[in-house]
Write a protein that binds this ligand. Sequence first.
Ligand code: KE4
Length: 433
Amino acid sequence: MKILSWPTSARLFARAQKVLPGGVDSPVRAFKAVGGDPLFVKAARGARLEDVDGHTYIDYVMSWGPLIHGHAPRGLVKVIGDTARLGTSYGAPTESEVTLGEKVRSLMPSIERVRFVNSGTEAAMSAVRLARAATGRDRIIKFEGCYHGHADQFLVKAGSGATTLGVPTSPGVPRKTAQHTLIATYNDLSSCERLCDSHRHQIAALVVEPLAGNMGVVLPSDGFLAGLRDLCDRYGMLLIFDEVISGFRVAAGGAQHVWKVKPDLTCLGKIIGGGLPVGAYGGRADLMEYISPAGPVYQAGTLSGNPLAMAAGLWSLNALSKDLYKRLSRLGAMLALGLTEAARDAGVPLQVNAYGSLLTPFFTSSPVRDYRSALQSNCMQYAAFFRGMLTRGVYLPPSQFEAWFLSAAHTEADVRKTVRAAKAAMKEAGAVA
Ligand code: KE4
């Protein structure tokens, strides 16, 4: 195995830290959870990433999910170029946002009206503001281990008792704000019911990743999502599905199609922008009509519905196909099996949670079905595995608690190469206590 060195990335990282907090524009990129300096990327194409030191990698971060068609597919690059030549932003209505809205509604019929924004964070925070306005209630329920962006109301963890009010996870989040957020346990309906019961008529909405990706991949247990729908109906709360990861990823119709549970509102991001900054929230027309200027709930954005992002999103959604999902599922299953066998041969405890083109290998011997069980994972072993894979030309999410993403550009040969690298890297991980 050749020993890689990253002198240019190291120089850039030193320079970056003098102008960007932590040297990055989003924390997970800084490699804090796996050690060492982050790689600086020079270019990417298909399933390959090239760093500034000339090393190339098979990429399983894929910009954290937007790139279901791979890096810079020709058709996408062309449509962005053609659109840019007509102008980059107008701050005025365009046909493209109407067309993309109609496309989203055709794929996810629960979304009768949709508003485009610029990130998943904006989508989730706006959906909660709408739910509070529509119900006249202030509290929300979220789940430990689920992430809905960095708006204050989501940077909250469970208070001391099971039904007590949330407390901030970040400085700068007012305690009063955090108290409106209640924390339940993923895949545990009774934890939700206890909160609903002890805060009757106070909870506006329950926000959930229908397939969780932010504690690593955790699938909903049988009946969990249907149970949430029933709880929301019984307690007069709105059900908000945060499909920023799962939307158009687990199926063209998202997790709501796969698990056949209809939310009142849905948050979208990532794939909907094809790699350009787009988020969206939408759902029942009677709810969305509260949104300004149709109704009184204010929400706005200079670059919302930006023609470049709309064109990229439309290209990405139009390029989805049944064959694509079949191929992604086959590749995902092949990778999950290869990792499982590599860990078994190395004597390393591993649980691989996978669905379609999403997966997370948890370095633990017990099944992972919620945040607490995810936290049992051996993060030192994941870090050793990450570095072993990096030096063998495979670029993984630099954290145990993230999802791996496959794309249309990944091939069976890529997966075989990844599994070969994993056989060696698992042994290195196994050497870590
Ligand atoms: P953005 O504001 O980052 O566009 O979206 C926030 C968000 C909302 N909902 C879900 C389910 C999400 O996964 C995200 C963002 N995902 C992370 C990856 N776990 C983005 C990567 C990062 O923060 O750098």
